[in-house]
Design a protein around this ligand. Structure first.
Ligand code: KG4
Ligand code: ZN
Length: 335
């Protein structure tokens, strides 16, 4: 079965053709980084306008790269939330139009379920049930995953997502957007023990909070700026100390989730899961505690159409498709 998967939930226009829910025939992602970086974050109106320009060439390119035409596609899976409403509207309206014209089935997909299922596009797949930490620019949530489409939310962030904290701290440090990959690179050269930053462990819950650390970094930047000046080496040390604090919390939550549920398979997905230190520390934590840790490759951690197609495939196997009258939703809780 060939599924065309489309995601326009945030600032990437992505389209992919996936066979039988796991074999990627094409995966095209058009990034809007150069548009938003001068503003230090995503400008929603600019994002939706660029999706509008990109959607037809991106989808056509994904069909061409897969070597198929629209007639070969069995169904179109589209992300309908959560996300930026203007961005979601472009993808959803486009999919309604092509499905109407070419008489194709539509499957609407929750973006977070997409991140959870990205791992099934790899060769090493977890077995159900597993724990999944989705850690991205818009979300930081922990799930118990019972099947491809049945998940239970164990906890989520009460304020900022981890990726959002990365992006905001990077902006304060003058590093530009998106901040995650830049802090990731700079941290390698910094001393992660240079500054002690607060960690909100929120014991006895699986919730997260990252707004306190952001404020602490802001205070530190002001203080250092007034005394020593923000030299390149201080920026590296702040980046590394910030990153260590964020990862300490993520690993601790995984440890508690494993202890509480007894489940020893853990998937880490979403944009921040591309982070090299997180990957390395989570894998060594897994080795020490006999826990299987799974990460999609970095290009499948960030937003992509292939993960949407995987969910679409499993929804169709269960006989679930949508009519043309569905609406995208900016707020769409999962599990
Ligand atoms: O999953 P994603 O592409 O979009 C959302 O659904 O939000 O995640 C984007 C987020 C951004 O906040 C970005 O800074 C962060 O993922 N990110 C990273 C890395 N690569 C992307 N954060 C830390 N380290 C990275 N290497
Ligand atoms: Zn995402």
């Amino acid at each position: 079965m060939l599924i065309l998967g489309i995601d326009t939930s945030c600032d990437d226009t992505s389209s992919s053709v996936v066979e039988d829910g796991y074999r990627i025939l094409s995966n095209v992602v058009s990034s809007q980084e150069e548009i938003h970086q001068r503003y230090g974050g995503i400008v929603p109106e600019l994002a939706s306008r660029r999706h509008l320009e990109n959607i037809i060439p991106v989808v056509q390119s994904s069909l061409d790269k897969a070597g198929v035409s629209q007639n070969d596609i069995d169904a179109v899976a589209v992300c309908y939330g959560p996300g930026l409403i203007g961005s979601l509207l472009v993808g959803c309206c486009f999919v309604k139009a092509i499905c109407y014209c070419f008489n194709k089935k539509i499957v609407t997909v929750n973006h977070l379920l997409g991140h959870i299922n990205a791992i099934f596009l790899t060769d090493t797949k977890p077995s159900f049930p597993f724990i999944c930490l989705v850690v991205s620019g818009g979300h930081t949530s922990l799930y118990r995953v019972n099947s491809h489409t049945d998940v239970v939310e164990m906890g989520k962030t009460l304020d900022d997502a981890a990726g959002e904290a990365y992006d905001k701290v990077a902006k304060m440090l003058g590093l530009g957007y998106p901040g995650g990959p830049r802090i990731d690179i700079l941290s390698k050269e910094g001393n992660s023990y240079a500054f002690e930053l607060p960690r909100a462990y929120l014991p006895d819950t699986f919730n997260f909070s990252f707004s306190g650390i952001k404020t602490a970094v802001k205070r530190l930047i002001t203080e250092k700026g007034q005394t020593d000046g923000l030299s390149a080496s201080i920026i590296k040390d702040i980046s590394a100390s910030f990153q260590r604090a964020i990862i300490d919390v993520l690993i601790k939550k995984i440890e508690w989730a494993v202890k509480t549920t007894g489940i020893k398979e853990v998937v880490i997905s979403g944009g921040v899961a591309a982070n090299r230190e997180l990957r390395q520390r989570a894998l060594s934590f897994g080795n020490q505690h006999d826990i299987n840790i799974f990460f999609p490759p970095p290009y499948l951690c960030t937003d992509n159409g292939a993960m949407i197609a995987v969910v679409g495939y499993h929804e169709i196997l269960q006989g679930r498709t949508s009519e043309l009258d569905f609406n995208p939703k900016a707020y769409l809780p999962l599990g």
